[in-house]
Design a protein around this ligand. Structure first.
Ligand SMILES: Cc1cc2nc3c(=O)[nH]c(=O)nc-3n(C[C@H](O)[C@H](O)[C@H](O)COP(=O)(O)O)c2cc1C
Length: 410
């Protein structure tokens, strides 16, 4: 097994690898966190603490699955820590003493500037290395906390400044994805004195509805609520926000912690390539346990070895310049699909999708094999997306009439 040096600096703090537990039930107490750190996680964001103890509902979770797969998406109704602040601070302190080389991020939330300052002081005394401000939980019971704050740049700025008053530690602002653009609150956080940004928290959702009683899930004594969605299904949305933050000119050098749907090293690498130098994981640990870290470390190490990277920071942001606005995409050519006779299993899914969702450009033969009609094909590649046998790839490239021929990257 190859174990590369995955160390990286994040918000001025050195960490042995970029993989952290996200603030959530997976990081609620000493025992859990100690087990995770011993398994190889580089650091942890402790479950959000406040000056009040959350009064939680039961049940509090739901999920979306498809055809027997594990969770595609996961919904939760949780707020902040269910334990008293004193206990949480004590456990943070024990963690830092037992694992001085691991990174401890304290996640905090309050309703008033003075409480943010107070919490910042307390978690600093408890031994935290970084403070994460939770501006993003979408199911708080007050609009002065959580995602409502994250949507309000003025509050983001004043709460961040209040945290800065209480501590010299680096400050991470954890952003809500429940808005069109993350830039205004991100700039407000930086204006208030944040060191870095963490994104995303969960996305407001309704997952499933019970058909007998017509109540969305989970049912809490006959009712439910809109609340946060996480897991694999949110990864594309999270990546979009990471790209937005990392490519914004005034935020270019700002450290970013990427969160949302990370289950394995490939997911993690996507966040890194779009500019994240730190990664947080929640739902995948809730489903598979702390040991997924082993795959993440070895997978990323193998990738770096194979591609000739010696340091992780060489990878940060490498994909950023390759995302352009739709008006800048090259529209000069069509790439026709090429169907491999050897790999095709004759299932007909390419034919059905092309007939009913494409351009009726595939002929289905009596021997159950597809053939592309180039005159009708527009090169959309719906056929290759639906092929379960990976039998459809890229074939001939045709330049549109009057367009210049050139070599293209595919
Ligand atoms: C059950 C549950 C509880 C959570 N609690 C918190 C919390 O206390 N503070 C916080 O900042 N985020 C909280 N989150 C959000 C996660 O930290 C994370 O941002 C989100 O789940 C997306 O990551 P994932 O797809 O890896 O789960 C919670 C998420 C879940 C599923």
């Amino acid at each position: 097994m190859i174990n590369k040096d995955l160390s990286i600096e994040f918000c001025g703090v050195k960490t042995e690898n970029p993989f952290f537990l996200a603030s959530a039930p997976i990081a609620s107490n000493y025992q859990m966190i100690a087990k995770a750190l011993e398994t190889g996680w580089g650091g942890v964001v402790f479950k959000t603490v406040g000056l009040f103890v959350a009064d939680e509902v039961s049940p509090r979770f739901d999920h979306v699955k498809k055809e027997g797969t594990p969770f595609l998406g996961f919904k939760n109704l949780e707020q902040i820590s269910e334990y008293p602040l004193e206990k949480n601070l004590e456990e943070m302190n024990r963690i830092k003493k037992s694992f001085p080389d691991k990174v401890l991020i304290a996640s905090i939330m309050a309703e008033e500037d003075r409480d943010w300052t107070k919490l910042a002081k307390l978690v600093t005394q408890a031994g935290a290395d970084i403070i994460e401000c939770n501006f993003s939980c979408p199911q708080m019971t007050s609009d002065k906390m959580g995602a409502d704050v994250g949507q309000n740049p003025d509050l983001v700025k004043s709460y961040t400044a209040a945290v800065k008053q209480g501590s010299d530690l680096p400050i991470l602002a954890k952003m809500t994805p429940n808005l069109g653009s993350m830039i205004p609150p991100a700039l407000a956080a930086m204006g208030g004195g944040a060191t870095g940004l963490a994104a995303i928290n969960t996305i407001k959702s309704i997952t499933r509805i019970d058909f007998d009683n017509h109540i969305p899930l989970p049912i809490v004594n006959g009712k439910s609520a809109v609340s946060g969605y996480s897991g694999k299904a949110v990864k594309p949305i999270a990546l979009r926000f990471i790209h937005e933050l990392a490519s914004y000119p005034d935020l270019k050098k700002v450290p970013i912690s990427g969160i949302g749907g990370i289950e394995n090293w490939q997911d993690a690498l996507e966040f890194i390539l779009l500019g994240s130098s730190n990664l947080q994981v929640c739902t995948a640990v809730m489903q598979y346990g702390y040991r997924i870290i082993e795959d993440m470390i070895s997978g990323l190490s193998h990738y770096m070895e194979k591609k000739g990277f010696s340091k992780l920071d060489q990878l940060v942001g490498l994909a950023l310049d390759n995302v352009v606005s739709a008006d800048k995409l090259d529209r000069d050519f069509i790439i026709y699909p090429q169907i491999s006779k050897e790999k095709c299993i004759g299932c007909g899914r390419c034919y059905i999708s092309c007939e009913d969702g494409g351009h009726q450009a595939i002929i289905w033969s009596k021997t159950r094999r597809p053939t592309v009609i180039e005159d009708k094909c527009v090169g959309c590649h719906l056929c290759s997306q639906v092929c379960p046998a990976e039998a459809i790839g890229y074939g001939e490239v045709e330049f549109k009439e009057g367009r210049e021929r050139k070599s293209i990257i595919i």
